[in-house]
Each structure stands twice: as C-alpha cells, then as structure tokens.
Design a protein around this ligand. Structure first.
Ligand SMILES: C[S@@+](CC[C@H](N)C(=O)[O-])C[C@H]1O[C@@H](n2cnc3c(N)ncnc32)[C@H](O)[C@@H]1O
Length: 254
C-alpha cells in the first residue's frame, strides 16, 4: 500500500497555495487535451483530488455524448459539482475497477506520489490493465531542475517570505524531493512536508514498455509545447496497441 501524504487539512491549504492550478488558462488546455484523447469513451482519473480536471472534463459536451469520468485516490467525482478530496480511498497502483477505459490519466504530479520505482511500475501495469485496445494513459509530472543544484547541494528554497517558506530537499540517489512548507496561520506557524519520487522521461518510457503501453507523444505542457532540456514539466501519452480480434475502441464506447 502506497503512503498517502494528503488529507482534508492539507487539501484546503494546498488548494489555497496553488490557486493558479485552478485558473482557466491551466484547466482549459488540460481538459481540451484529455477530451480529445477520450473521444466518446470513458475516462478514469488516478488521484482525482477535488475533481479540478475530472469535473470539467465530464461536463464537456454533456448532453451530446456520454463521457463518464470516474476517479480514484481522492474520492469519486461522478456527480459534477461535488468537490471532495481525501486521497485515501483507492491506491492508483492497485485499485481495480470493473470496466475498461479509453483514457486514464494522472496529472499535476499525482504519479510521483508513488515513492518507489516498483509502485510506479505497478501503477503503469494497473493503468494498462484497465485500458481498451487503442486506449491512452497520460502522465503529467514535473521534471526537476537538477541542473540548478551545485555539486553536493541538497536543500533549496523555492519560496521565502516573512509569513511563509517552501524548501525542497533533494536526494538524488533515491530520486526523491521532499518539499517542506512553513506558513504563519494567524500567528501560529504550521508545517507540512510532502515527498515525491521524480521520474525521468526515459524511465517513464521503460515503465510503459514493461506494462505493455508505448510512448505516443511527449510535450512540455498541455499546449503541446516541445519537450526540451529546459522543460520543467512533461505531459507523456502512452498508448495500448489496438489489436485485431480484440474489441475496437468504437465498440467499447458504445
Ligand atoms: C497534487 S494532487 C492532484 C489532484 C488532482 N489530480 C488534480 O489535478 O487536481 C495529488 C493527488 O494524488 C492523490 N494521491 C496521492 N497518492 C495516491 C495514491 N497512491 N493513489 C491514489 N491517489 C493518490 C492525493 O490524494 C491527491 O489528491
């Protein structure tokens, strides 16, 4: 069972701290991108959180088509408008759902909440096992700027002010970054630390191969920006091959 470092208290704080992630110029291209891949098919979000993406994705074309969006890891956002975040009701590495999906996605660094390579491979396998032939698994995750670290340096502040500080602690052997957050909440100092295991694009591709899905496209963001040596984020799309004799994507969508 993976460690989960989110909860209701953190959800509220996190949502306030990352207001920008809820802005239309972030949500809209993400939903556009995912909706195009989902077509008329069903989608599953790993680590759904508040439904930041699942709710607008489900709402897209509502009434014209049926595109159920189911989520695991933060509650199920089947009902549009319901906002919930718990993170503890389904581990994306192991959760089983009794159906297949055209699209499965893990966005906003959700995937790197799995803290070991084994769990990350297991998550890929789990996604592949729930995809229809021709379906897609999309991972959006950060690419750490290790070029910015001096040799031997392990701690970097990413934000610093009189009432808050964010400090990232790097372990380049374990491929971990633990982000420590400190903030002054009306005179009382609060703290929260969240670890992640960052993953290189090449490693992600190998995980895909192990799981039987192949890289279809990689960009530096949801607007399909080119992925370069300076990209700080990757949006990687893996596809399950369509196979003769298996149900086609169109059949599964009916
Ligand atoms: C950065 S938030 C992103 C939430 C949502 N995907 C979004 O884009 O708004 C990461 C989410 O991953 C969930 N999570 C962490 N570990 C998980 C696991 N092992 N299985 C499923 N969800 C997990 C957390 O509960 C949290 O909701």
């Amino acid at each position: 069972m993976s460690e989960i470092h989110f909860g209701a208290r953190i959800a509220a704080i996190d949502a306030a701290a990352h207001d920008g992630m809820h802005a239309p110029d972030v949500i809209d291209p993400t939903v556009d991108f995912l909706a195009e891949l989902a077509g008329n098919g069903a989608a599953l979000e790993f680590g759904i959180g508040t439904g930041r993406i699942a709710i607008p994705l489900r709402a897209r074309d509502l009434g014209l088509r049926s595109r159920p969006v189911t989520g695991h890891g933060g509650g199920v956002a089947r009902q549009a408008g319901r906002r919930r975040r718990s993170g503890d009701d389904g581990d994306m590495a192991t959760v089983r759902v009794e159906r297949e999906f055209t699209l499965i996605y893990a966005v906003w660094n959700t995937f790197i909440n799995l803290l070991s390579q084994d769990e990350q491979v297991q998550c890929f396998r789990n996604a592949a096992a729930h995809l229809i032939p021709g379906g897609y698994f999309v991972v959006e995750t950060l690419v750490p700027r290790l070029q910015g670290l001096s040799l031997g340096e392990t701690v970097r502040a990413s934000a610093f002010g009189p009432n808050n500080a964010d400090v990232d602690e790097y372990d380049v052997v374990a491929q971990r970054i633990t982000s420590h957050h400190y903030w002054n909440d009306g005179g009382r100092w609060e703290t929260w630390s969240s670890p992640c295991r960052y993953v290189w694009p090449s490693e992600l591709d190998l995980m895909g191969r192990i799981a039987g899905v192949a890289l279809v496209a990689r960009s530096g963001g949801w607007l399909r920006e080119p992925f370069t040596g300076e990209s700080t984020s990757q949006v990687s799309v893996f596809g399950r091959p369509a196979a003769d004799g298996l149900r086609s994507r169109a059949e599964a969508q009916r």
